[in-house]
Design a protein. Structure first.
Length: 288
């Protein structure tokens, strides 16, 4: 029960990874404000949690993050419910248009950036404004999806996620002295609706390499979302004290003991986005 009596907002939690995250946080004792688009699944999910532990609070707030007013509506509801916020998990995201940018529907491209970058950024802003008044808190943002590597034909998603990760690094430095920790994670490929979207798009839009890779991931079962959920809970708890401003892979990084290296991490650029220079790749180019 490492999150006992902690209050937490989790976005995009009616299905997929978000549902697993919310269930895991619930088992660890957190009171939850569940955010997703208006749908019966959100209410049913809240009811299933509440029935399992009547002593905890589970609230559902249906809202569409493509609406620019959504973040403030969410925080108005959270402030109505609770005197403080301990945890924000920005999990909600959409794939957006798949294919060459010149052929993308630009309204859909902008909507992707709104949902995947602008909404979580504003939720972070509102969370920090509240957390600094009440003694601190933890924020976890969902990255991945081409943020740290090349991903042609997914320009909206990759751009938004890369922006969110750099935003995470930046604000983590701003609020480090306020008792607020901010991290992002790369959850790894999970067999969710997003992977199915890629398969439906086909090779012509997604690209042969992406399509074949996703096909193999789906066939093999891809990554268990519980691994990413456990990482999020770790970062949302005091177990990860001292770890902030990092992009951590649920699959590839040995994250369960990161707190043992907090001092080394804070003094380094490990697990951050950075520019690669010739020397990093063993290239001895002469000075210009």
């Amino acid at each position: 029960m490492i999150l006992q009596s902690q209050t937490a907002i989790v976005t995009g939690c009616a299905r997929g990874l978000g549902a697993v995250v919310a269930q895991t946080m619930w088992r660890e004792g957190a009171d939850l404000l569940l955010i997703d688009r208006p749908q019966s699944a959100l209410s049913e999910f809240r009811e299933s949690l509440a029935a399992s532990r009547p002593q905890q609070q589970a609230h559902a707030f249906p809202v569409d993050l493509s609406d620019p007013s959504a973040p403030r509506s969410i925080f108005a509801e959270a402030r109505r419910l609770w005197p403080r916020l301990d945890i924000l998990v920005n999990n909600a995201g959409i794939q957006g248009p798949i294919g060459m940018v010149a052929e993308n529907d630009w309204h859909a491209w902008r909507e992707t950036v709104q949902i995947d970058l602008l909404a979580p950024a504003e939720l972070c802003q509102l969370a920090i404004a509240w957390m600094r008044q009440t003694g601190g808190g933890r924020i976890v943002n969902l990255g991945g999806g081409g943020a740290a590597g090349l991903r042609p034909n997914f320009s909206a998603y990759a751009t938004a996620k890369c922006g969110l990760i750099k935003f995470t690094e930046t604000i983590a430095a701003e609020v480090a002295s306020l008792g607020i920790r901010v991290n992002s994670i790369a959850p790894g490929p999970m067999n969710t609706a997003m992977l199915q979207e890629i398969l439906r798009a086909g090779k012509d839009h997604a690209g042969a390499k992406e399509f074949e890779q996703v096909s193999k991931q789906v066939a093999s079962g891809a990554t268990d979302p519980q691994v990413a959920a456990d990482l999020i809970v770790y970062l949302a708890s005091e177990q990860s004290a001292g770890v902030t401003g990092k992009l951590i892979s649920a699959v590839w990084d040995r994250w369960r003991t990161l707190h043992e290296h907090a001092a080394e991490l804070s003094a380094s650029d490990v697990y951050t986005l950075r520019r690669i220079v010739p020397a990093d790749r063993g290239l001895a180019w002469p000075d210009a």
